[in-house]
Write a protein that binds this ligand. Structure first.
Ligand SMILES: Nc1ncnc2c1ncn2[C@@H]1O[C@H](COP(=O)(O)OP(=O)(O)OP(=O)(O)O)[C@@H](O)[C@H]1O
Ligand SMILES: [Mg+2]
Length: 342
Protein backbone atom coordinates (compact mmCIF):
# COMPACT_ATOMS: atom_id res chain seq x y z
CA UNK A 1 0.00 0.00 0.00
CA UNK A 2 1.51 3.34 -0.97
CA UNK A 3 1.56 6.30 1.40
CA UNK A 4 -0.69 8.85 -0.30
CA UNK A 5 0.31 11.76 1.97
CA UNK A 6 3.95 11.15 1.08
CA UNK A 7 3.05 10.89 -2.59
CA UNK A 8 1.12 14.18 -2.43
CA UNK A 9 4.08 16.09 -1.04
CA UNK A 10 6.61 14.33 -3.29
CA UNK A 11 4.58 15.04 -6.41
CA UNK A 12 4.36 18.76 -5.62
CA UNK A 13 7.98 19.72 -5.31
CA UNK A 14 8.59 21.04 -8.82
CA UNK A 15 5.03 22.21 -9.45
CA UNK A 16 4.16 24.46 -6.62
CA UNK A 17 7.07 26.92 -6.93
CA UNK A 18 6.02 28.37 -3.63
CA UNK A 19 2.47 29.06 -4.86
CA UNK A 20 -0.53 28.18 -2.74
CA UNK A 21 -2.94 25.63 -4.20
CA UNK A 22 -6.00 26.97 -5.99
CA UNK A 23 -8.07 24.07 -4.78
CA UNK A 24 -7.32 21.92 -1.80
CA UNK A 25 -9.14 18.71 -0.97
CA UNK A 26 -8.48 17.27 2.45
CA UNK A 27 -9.53 13.87 3.78
CA UNK A 28 -12.78 14.08 1.87
CA UNK A 29 -15.29 11.27 2.31
CA UNK A 30 -18.78 11.00 0.82
CA UNK A 31 -21.40 8.38 1.55
CA UNK A 32 -25.10 7.67 1.26
CA UNK A 33 -27.25 9.43 3.86
CA UNK A 34 -28.80 6.11 4.79
CA UNK A 35 -25.51 4.36 5.51
CA UNK A 36 -22.62 6.44 6.73
CA UNK A 37 -20.24 3.47 6.67
CA UNK A 38 -20.52 2.72 2.93
CA UNK A 39 -18.08 5.26 1.50
CA UNK A 40 -18.38 6.40 -2.10
CA UNK A 41 -15.42 8.72 -1.68
CA UNK A 42 -13.00 7.55 0.96
CA UNK A 43 -10.47 9.95 2.48
CA UNK A 44 -9.49 11.82 -0.70
CA UNK A 45 -6.71 14.40 -0.45
CA UNK A 46 -5.47 16.35 -3.45
CA UNK A 47 -4.12 19.85 -4.12
CA UNK A 48 -4.48 21.60 -7.45
CA UNK A 49 -1.88 24.28 -8.19
CA UNK A 50 -2.10 27.34 -10.46
CA UNK A 51 -1.85 26.43 -14.17
CA UNK A 52 -1.69 22.77 -13.30
CA UNK A 53 -3.60 20.01 -15.09
CA UNK A 54 -4.27 16.98 -12.92
CA UNK A 55 -5.68 13.94 -14.66
CA UNK A 56 -7.95 11.51 -12.86
CA UNK A 57 -8.42 8.00 -14.19
CA UNK A 58 -10.10 4.95 -12.79
CA UNK A 59 -12.62 2.30 -13.61
CA UNK A 60 -16.34 2.95 -13.92
CA UNK A 61 -17.87 3.60 -10.53
CA UNK A 62 -14.54 4.62 -8.97
CA UNK A 63 -16.06 7.92 -7.83
CA UNK A 64 -14.56 10.38 -10.35
CA UNK A 65 -17.82 12.18 -11.17
CA UNK A 66 -18.93 12.21 -7.56
CA UNK A 67 -15.59 13.81 -6.68
CA UNK A 68 -16.07 16.49 -9.34
CA UNK A 69 -19.58 17.17 -8.08
CA UNK A 70 -18.38 17.35 -4.49
CA UNK A 71 -15.91 20.06 -5.54
CA UNK A 72 -18.93 22.15 -6.54
CA UNK A 73 -20.86 21.01 -3.48
CA UNK A 74 -23.42 19.63 -5.90
CA UNK A 75 -23.95 16.08 -4.73
CA UNK A 76 -26.95 14.07 -5.95
CA UNK A 77 -29.69 13.76 -3.38
CA UNK A 78 -29.11 10.86 -1.03
CA UNK A 79 -25.35 11.45 -0.82
CA UNK A 80 -23.49 13.76 1.51
CA UNK A 81 -20.03 14.66 2.71
CA UNK A 82 -19.25 12.61 5.79
CA UNK A 83 -15.86 14.14 6.56
CA UNK A 84 -13.12 16.38 5.24
CA UNK A 85 -13.24 19.64 3.35
CA UNK A 86 -12.62 21.39 0.06
CA UNK A 87 -11.04 24.84 -0.09
CA UNK A 88 -11.03 27.24 -3.00
CA UNK A 89 -8.27 29.64 -2.05
CA UNK A 90 -9.13 30.58 1.50
CA UNK A 91 -12.86 29.73 1.26
CA UNK A 92 -14.14 26.41 2.50
CA UNK A 93 -16.56 25.29 -0.23
CA UNK A 94 -18.07 22.65 1.98
CA UNK A 95 -19.44 25.25 4.39
CA UNK A 96 -20.74 27.91 1.96
CA UNK A 97 -24.45 28.52 1.62
CA UNK A 98 -26.33 27.98 -1.67
CA UNK A 99 -26.14 31.66 -2.70
CA UNK A 100 -22.40 31.78 -2.16
CA UNK A 101 -22.02 28.51 -4.04
CA UNK A 102 -23.98 29.85 -7.00
CA UNK A 103 -21.56 32.74 -7.28
CA UNK A 104 -18.70 30.23 -7.49
CA UNK A 105 -20.22 27.67 -9.85
CA UNK A 106 -19.53 28.49 -13.47
CA UNK A 107 -17.66 31.64 -12.51
CA UNK A 108 -14.76 30.40 -10.40
CA UNK A 109 -15.16 26.67 -10.90
CA UNK A 110 -16.53 25.56 -14.26
CA UNK A 111 -17.79 22.05 -14.93
CA UNK A 112 -18.00 20.40 -18.33
CA UNK A 113 -19.45 16.95 -18.66
CA UNK A 114 -19.89 14.58 -21.55
CA UNK A 115 -22.95 16.02 -23.21
CA UNK A 116 -22.13 19.68 -23.68
CA UNK A 117 -24.84 20.16 -26.29
CA UNK A 118 -27.48 19.76 -23.59
CA UNK A 119 -26.09 22.89 -21.91
CA UNK A 120 -26.85 25.06 -24.92
CA UNK A 121 -30.18 26.80 -25.33
CA UNK A 122 -31.89 25.01 -28.25
CA UNK A 123 -33.99 28.00 -29.31
CA UNK A 124 -31.21 30.59 -29.73
CA UNK A 125 -28.38 30.67 -32.22
CA UNK A 126 -24.94 30.22 -30.73
CA UNK A 127 -23.89 33.78 -31.57
CA UNK A 128 -26.66 35.15 -29.34
CA UNK A 129 -25.64 32.77 -26.56
CA UNK A 130 -21.98 33.74 -26.78
CA UNK A 131 -22.92 37.44 -26.87
CA UNK A 132 -24.98 37.03 -23.74
CA UNK A 133 -22.04 35.52 -21.85
CA UNK A 134 -19.62 38.13 -23.20
CA UNK A 135 -21.93 41.01 -22.29
CA UNK A 136 -22.44 39.67 -18.79
CA UNK A 137 -18.69 40.06 -18.30
CA UNK A 138 -17.90 43.27 -20.09
CA UNK A 139 -19.73 46.43 -21.16
CA UNK A 140 -19.78 46.12 -24.94
CA UNK A 141 -22.41 46.95 -27.57
CA UNK A 142 -24.44 44.29 -29.37
CA UNK A 143 -22.41 44.92 -32.50
CA UNK A 144 -19.09 44.56 -30.71
CA UNK A 145 -20.31 41.42 -28.97
CA UNK A 146 -21.40 39.87 -32.28
CA UNK A 147 -17.99 40.63 -33.85
CA UNK A 148 -16.30 39.21 -30.74
CA UNK A 149 -18.44 36.06 -31.00
CA UNK A 150 -17.26 35.52 -34.59
CA UNK A 151 -13.61 36.00 -33.72
CA UNK A 152 -14.14 33.74 -30.72
CA UNK A 153 -15.41 30.94 -33.01
CA UNK A 154 -12.40 31.46 -35.27
CA UNK A 155 -10.07 31.12 -32.31
CA UNK A 156 -11.54 27.80 -31.26
CA UNK A 157 -10.99 26.42 -34.75
CA UNK A 158 -14.52 26.62 -36.15
CA UNK A 159 -14.31 27.19 -39.87
CA UNK A 160 -16.72 29.56 -41.59
CA UNK A 161 -17.38 31.33 -38.30
CA UNK A 162 -19.43 34.11 -39.95
CA UNK A 163 -22.02 31.52 -40.99
CA UNK A 164 -21.71 29.23 -37.98
CA UNK A 165 -22.38 32.06 -35.55
CA UNK A 166 -26.01 32.02 -36.73
CA UNK A 167 -26.36 28.25 -36.32
CA UNK A 168 -28.65 26.71 -33.73
CA UNK A 169 -27.28 24.02 -31.40
CA UNK A 170 -28.96 21.20 -33.34
CA UNK A 171 -27.05 22.31 -36.43
CA UNK A 172 -23.68 21.86 -34.73
CA UNK A 173 -21.75 18.62 -34.65
CA UNK A 174 -21.04 17.17 -31.20
CA UNK A 175 -17.43 18.34 -31.41
CA UNK A 176 -18.35 21.88 -32.37
CA UNK A 177 -20.93 22.09 -29.59
CA UNK A 178 -18.38 20.77 -27.10
CA UNK A 179 -15.82 23.38 -28.18
CA UNK A 180 -18.40 26.17 -28.00
CA UNK A 181 -19.50 25.15 -24.51
CA UNK A 182 -15.94 24.83 -23.22
CA UNK A 183 -14.97 28.14 -24.71
CA UNK A 184 -18.11 29.79 -23.27
CA UNK A 185 -17.20 28.37 -19.87
CA UNK A 186 -13.74 29.86 -20.23
CA UNK A 187 -15.09 33.38 -20.94
CA UNK A 188 -15.86 33.70 -17.24
CA UNK A 189 -12.16 33.08 -16.63
CA UNK A 190 -12.73 30.46 -13.97
CA UNK A 191 -9.71 29.56 -11.88
CA UNK A 192 -10.66 25.87 -12.01
CA UNK A 193 -12.12 23.77 -14.81
CA UNK A 194 -13.53 20.34 -14.03
CA UNK A 195 -13.62 18.42 -17.30
CA UNK A 196 -15.44 15.14 -16.69
CA UNK A 197 -14.93 12.89 -19.70
CA UNK A 198 -15.39 16.07 -21.75
CA UNK A 199 -14.20 14.39 -24.96
CA UNK A 200 -15.92 11.06 -24.56
CA UNK A 201 -17.71 10.13 -27.77
CA UNK A 202 -15.97 12.75 -29.90
CA UNK A 203 -13.92 11.56 -32.82
CA UNK A 204 -10.16 11.60 -32.25
CA UNK A 205 -9.39 14.76 -34.24
CA UNK A 206 -12.10 16.77 -32.54
CA UNK A 207 -11.14 15.40 -29.13
CA UNK A 208 -7.59 16.67 -29.69
CA UNK A 209 -8.89 20.13 -30.64
CA UNK A 210 -11.00 20.27 -27.48
CA UNK A 211 -8.14 19.09 -25.27
CA UNK A 212 -5.68 21.47 -26.95
CA UNK A 213 -8.05 24.33 -26.26
CA UNK A 214 -8.25 23.44 -22.56
CA UNK A 215 -4.49 22.91 -22.24
CA UNK A 216 -3.70 26.15 -24.02
CA UNK A 217 -5.89 28.10 -21.61
CA UNK A 218 -4.34 26.37 -18.63
CA UNK A 219 -0.84 27.28 -19.82
CA UNK A 220 -1.59 30.83 -20.91
CA UNK A 221 -4.12 32.10 -18.41
CA UNK A 222 -4.79 31.49 -14.76
CA UNK A 223 -6.61 28.22 -15.17
CA UNK A 224 -6.08 24.94 -13.35
CA UNK A 225 -7.79 21.83 -14.61
CA UNK A 226 -9.00 18.55 -13.21
CA UNK A 227 -9.27 16.36 -16.28
CA UNK A 228 -11.22 13.17 -15.73
CA UNK A 229 -10.60 10.66 -18.51
CA UNK A 230 -10.84 6.97 -19.24
CA UNK A 231 -7.86 7.09 -21.53
CA UNK A 232 -4.38 7.17 -20.01
CA UNK A 233 -3.05 8.47 -23.32
CA UNK A 234 -5.01 11.69 -22.77
CA UNK A 235 -3.51 12.04 -19.31
CA UNK A 236 -0.03 11.31 -20.65
CA UNK A 237 -0.34 14.01 -23.30
CA UNK A 238 -2.02 16.79 -21.38
CA UNK A 239 -1.55 16.43 -17.62
CA UNK A 240 1.16 17.34 -15.14
CA UNK A 241 0.07 14.83 -12.54
CA UNK A 242 -2.09 11.75 -12.50
CA UNK A 243 -4.39 10.55 -9.74
CA UNK A 244 -5.67 7.01 -10.04
CA UNK A 245 -8.95 6.25 -8.35
CA UNK A 246 -10.40 2.95 -7.35
CA UNK A 247 -13.36 2.24 -5.04
CA UNK A 248 -13.59 5.87 -3.97
CA UNK A 249 -9.91 6.20 -3.05
CA UNK A 250 -6.87 7.72 -4.71
CA UNK A 251 -4.57 4.72 -4.93
CA UNK A 252 -1.73 6.47 -6.74
CA UNK A 253 -0.78 10.10 -7.23
CA UNK A 254 2.32 11.03 -9.18
CA UNK A 255 3.86 13.28 -11.77
CA UNK A 256 2.84 11.94 -15.15
CA UNK A 257 6.46 11.54 -16.28
CA UNK A 258 7.25 9.47 -13.18
CA UNK A 259 4.09 7.40 -13.56
CA UNK A 260 4.83 6.56 -17.18
CA UNK A 261 8.25 5.18 -16.30
CA UNK A 262 7.22 3.36 -13.14
CA UNK A 263 3.84 2.76 -11.50
CA UNK A 264 3.73 2.41 -7.74
CA UNK A 265 0.38 0.66 -7.33
CA UNK A 266 -0.68 -2.69 -8.74
CA UNK A 267 -3.74 -1.02 -10.26
CA UNK A 268 -1.57 1.67 -11.87
CA UNK A 269 0.53 -1.09 -13.45
CA UNK A 270 -2.64 -2.79 -14.66
CA UNK A 271 -3.91 0.42 -16.27
CA UNK A 272 -0.59 0.99 -18.02
CA UNK A 273 -0.62 -2.54 -19.32
CA UNK A 274 -4.09 -2.07 -20.77
CA UNK A 275 -3.11 1.32 -22.24
CA UNK A 276 -0.15 -0.19 -24.06
CA UNK A 277 -2.16 -3.14 -25.35
CA UNK A 278 -2.27 -2.88 -29.11
CA UNK A 279 -5.28 -4.95 -30.04
CA UNK A 280 -7.94 -6.69 -28.09
CA UNK A 281 -9.59 -9.85 -29.25
CA UNK A 282 -13.31 -9.93 -29.87
CA UNK A 283 -15.07 -9.42 -26.57
CA UNK A 284 -16.87 -12.37 -25.10
CA UNK A 285 -20.43 -11.86 -23.94
CA UNK A 286 -21.81 -13.40 -20.79
CA UNK A 287 -25.42 -13.25 -19.81
CA UNK A 288 -25.43 -12.32 -16.14
CA UNK A 289 -28.88 -11.15 -15.21
CA UNK A 290 -32.38 -11.68 -16.49
CA UNK A 291 -34.31 -9.35 -14.17
CA UNK A 292 -35.77 -6.06 -15.43
CA UNK A 293 -33.45 -3.13 -14.80
CA UNK A 294 -33.98 0.53 -15.51
CA UNK A 295 -32.01 1.81 -18.47
CA UNK A 296 -33.32 5.32 -17.97
CA UNK A 297 -35.51 6.66 -15.21
CA UNK A 298 -36.71 10.25 -15.27
CA UNK A 299 -38.81 11.73 -12.51
CA UNK A 300 -40.67 15.05 -12.66
CA UNK A 301 -38.20 16.63 -15.06
CA UNK A 302 -38.64 20.35 -15.77
CA UNK A 303 -36.41 22.37 -18.09
CA UNK A 304 -36.90 26.08 -18.71
CA UNK A 305 -35.09 28.64 -20.82
CA UNK A 306 -35.17 32.43 -20.52
CA UNK A 307 -37.88 33.88 -22.82
CA UNK A 308 -37.43 36.68 -25.32
CA UNK A 309 -38.87 39.33 -23.02
CA UNK A 310 -37.19 40.04 -19.65
CA UNK A 311 -38.54 37.85 -16.87
CA UNK A 312 -40.43 35.48 -19.18
CA UNK A 313 -39.50 31.86 -19.65
CA UNK A 314 -40.08 29.02 -22.08
CA UNK A 315 -41.00 25.75 -20.41
CA UNK A 316 -39.37 23.26 -22.77
CA UNK A 317 -40.01 20.21 -20.58
CA UNK A 318 -42.78 20.25 -18.03
CA UNK A 319 -42.94 17.63 -15.27
CA UNK A 320 -41.98 14.64 -17.40
CA UNK A 321 -41.57 11.21 -15.82
CA UNK A 322 -40.79 7.94 -17.56
CA UNK A 323 -38.89 4.74 -17.08
CA UNK A 324 -37.40 2.56 -19.74
CA UNK A 325 -36.54 -1.02 -18.93
CA UNK A 326 -34.45 -3.60 -20.59
CA UNK A 327 -35.21 -7.22 -19.94
CA UNK A 328 -31.70 -8.55 -19.80
CA UNK A 329 -28.34 -7.31 -18.71
CA UNK A 330 -25.18 -8.39 -20.47
CA UNK A 331 -21.63 -8.27 -19.29
CA UNK A 332 -18.99 -7.63 -21.92
CA UNK A 333 -15.62 -8.90 -20.95
CA UNK A 334 -12.26 -9.38 -22.54
CA UNK A 335 -10.22 -12.17 -21.03
CA UNK A 336 -6.95 -10.90 -19.62
CA UNK A 337 -4.96 -13.53 -21.49
CA UNK A 338 -6.34 -12.25 -24.81
CA UNK A 339 -4.75 -8.83 -24.33
CA UNK A 340 -1.26 -8.54 -25.72
CA UNK A 341 1.20 -5.85 -24.65
CA UNK A 342 2.64 -3.79 -27.53
N1 LIG B 1 -27.16 9.40 -6.62
C1 LIG B 1 -26.43 8.40 -6.17
N2 LIG B 1 -26.81 7.70 -5.08
C2 LIG B 1 -26.08 6.67 -4.62
N3 LIG B 1 -24.94 6.25 -5.18
C3 LIG B 1 -24.51 6.90 -6.27
C4 LIG B 1 -25.22 8.00 -6.83
N4 LIG B 1 -24.55 8.44 -7.92
C5 LIG B 1 -23.48 7.63 -8.03
N5 LIG B 1 -23.45 6.72 -7.04
C6 LIG B 1 -22.43 5.69 -6.84
O1 LIG B 1 -21.20 6.32 -6.60
C7 LIG B 1 -20.15 5.55 -7.15
C8 LIG B 1 -19.26 6.42 -7.97
O2 LIG B 1 -20.00 6.86 -9.10
P1 LIG B 1 -19.35 7.86 -10.17
O3 LIG B 1 -20.44 8.27 -11.09
O4 LIG B 1 -18.61 8.94 -9.47
O5 LIG B 1 -18.30 6.91 -10.91
P2 LIG B 1 -17.29 7.31 -12.06
O6 LIG B 1 -15.92 7.01 -11.57
O7 LIG B 1 -17.54 8.71 -12.50
O8 LIG B 1 -17.67 6.28 -13.19
P3 LIG B 1 -17.68 6.48 -14.78
O9 LIG B 1 -16.27 6.25 -15.21
O10 LIG B 1 -18.59 5.41 -15.26
O11 LIG B 1 -18.17 7.83 -15.11
C9 LIG B 1 -20.79 4.42 -7.94
O12 LIG B 1 -20.72 3.25 -7.16
C10 LIG B 1 -22.21 4.86 -8.10
O13 LIG B 1 -23.09 3.77 -8.14
MG1 LIG C 1 -18.23 9.57 -14.28
Amino acid sequence: MIDIDEAISASHTSIENGKAPVLSIRNLSVGPDSNSTAAILDDISLDLYPNEIVGIVGETGAGKTILARTLLNLLPSGLSITSGDVRLGDRMITSLNEKQLQSIRGKEIAFIGTNAKALLDPIRNIGTQICRVLQSHQKISDQEAWAAAISFLHRIGIVDAERRVKAFPHELSGGMAQRVVIAMALISQPSVLLADDATLGLDATVAIQVLDLIAERARRSNLSVIMIAHDINIIANYCDRIAIMRDGRIVELAKVTDFLSSQQSAYGKELMEVATTKTLSEPSITHIDSGPIALVEVKNLVKTFAGKTPGSEVRAVDDVSFRSERAKRWLWSVKADQARPQ
